[in-house]
Design a protein around this ligand. Structure first.
Ligand code: C2E
Ligand code: CA
Ligand code: CA
Ligand code: CA
Length: 277
């Protein structure tokens, strides 16, 4: 009836107000999170599928909110992007990951890459490559061991001159990985022009490898395409031995996922078997 519709509307707008208020509160506390040292990076191993050796680490941000506990980056990164806070956070992430990487390299973790996620907002800043250069100098991190992960949708977006920025980074010997690959409708002619070293097969395809014949076909095709275009390929979200075996049979280069290791804080990672292997 009409009445029900009206009630429902009132209910919805209250819900929305509540949600907006929560968002404002969360944004305010995110502003303080940086100063109060509530942000941390966890690191997830990337493994060479043939040798089983550690070849890379992906830095993943964590926020421990004083009241809410751990807030997922899936929640607060979009918020940081909307409010412009992502530039400060993004810079903190790169600097922290580089400092940690340089430290581990000195302590014997030779040749292991450090991968960092980037937001589109960071690309819009004209001083982005200069900032990276100065972080590398400050932290003593080797550019050849730094990898920047950009999502397929960012990499193929025309509006930010992304290709130019990526080319500049690669001229400084920094590596580029295309994250969440396969989730966008990119044309093959665009993909072949991507200034990238590596393609990361999105978790959604890896997830159902065992049950979905079509996902097996997609993964096979991505690996084949990557090889022909001279990209290395890593599969993310690998959780089972079955998935590992399939990816091995398709000559995927590297894997990352809970099967090997969850993202861990530095102290815990240093104690893990994979790290000391
Ligand atoms: P992403 O870059 O695609 O990261 C992969 C996500 O999958 C991470 O979630 C990781 O913890 C999770 N994961 C890894 N292995 C497995 C697995 O075997 N199974 C399952 N189910 N999940 C797995 P997380 O850490 O919650 O990060 C979510 C997203 O937040 C990331 O997706 C990335 O887009 C963004 N993000 C994280 N850290 C940063 C950062 O420092 N800067 C920016 N701009 N974005 C970040
Ligand atoms: Ca990533
Ligand atoms: Ca991804
Ligand atoms: Ca993702």
């Amino acid at each position: 009836s009409k009445d029900n519709g009206k009630n429902r509307f009132t209910f919805c707008s209250l819900e929305m107000k509540h949600e907006t208020l929560e968002k404002v509160k969360l944004t305010n506390s995110l502003y303080r999170a940086l100063e109060r040292d509530e942000l941390a990076l966890h690191y997830q191993p990337q493994i060479d599928i043939r040798s089983g050796k550690l070849v890379g680490l992906e830095a993943l941000i964590r926020w421990t909110h004083p009241e809410h506990g751990i807030v997922s980056p899936g929640v607060f990164i979009p918020l940081a992007e909307q409010t412009g806070l992502i530039n400060a956070i993004g810079e903190w992430v790169i600097a922290t990951a580089c400092r940690q990487g340089a430290y581990w390299h000195k302590r014997g973790l030779e040749g292991v890459r450090m991968a960092v996620n980037l937001s589109v907002e960071q690309f819009k800043s004209s001083s982005f490559s200069d900032r990276i250069e100065s972080i590398l100098l400050d932290t003593g991190m080797s550019p050849e061991l730094l990898e920047l992960e950009v999502t397929e949708s960012i990499a193929l977006d025309d509006s930010y001159d992304v290709v130019n920025t990526l080319e500049k980074l690669r001229e400084s010997n920094i590596m580029v990985a295309i994250d969440d690959f396969g989730t966008e409708y990119s044309s093959l002619s665009r993909i072949k022009l991507l200034p990238a070293d590596r393609i990361k097969i999105d978790r959604q395809f890896v997830e159902s490898l065992a049950v979905d014949k079509r996902d097996r076909a997609v993964v096979r095709a991505i690996i084949e395409l990557a090889r022909n275009l001279d990209f290395k390929v890593i599969a993310e979200g690998v959780e089972t031995e079955e998935q590992v075996e399939f990816l091995k049979s398709q000559n995927c280069d590297e894997i990352q996922g809970y099967y090997y290791c969850r993202p861990l804080p530095p102290e815990e990672l240093e104690k893990s078997e994979i790290f000391n292997h």
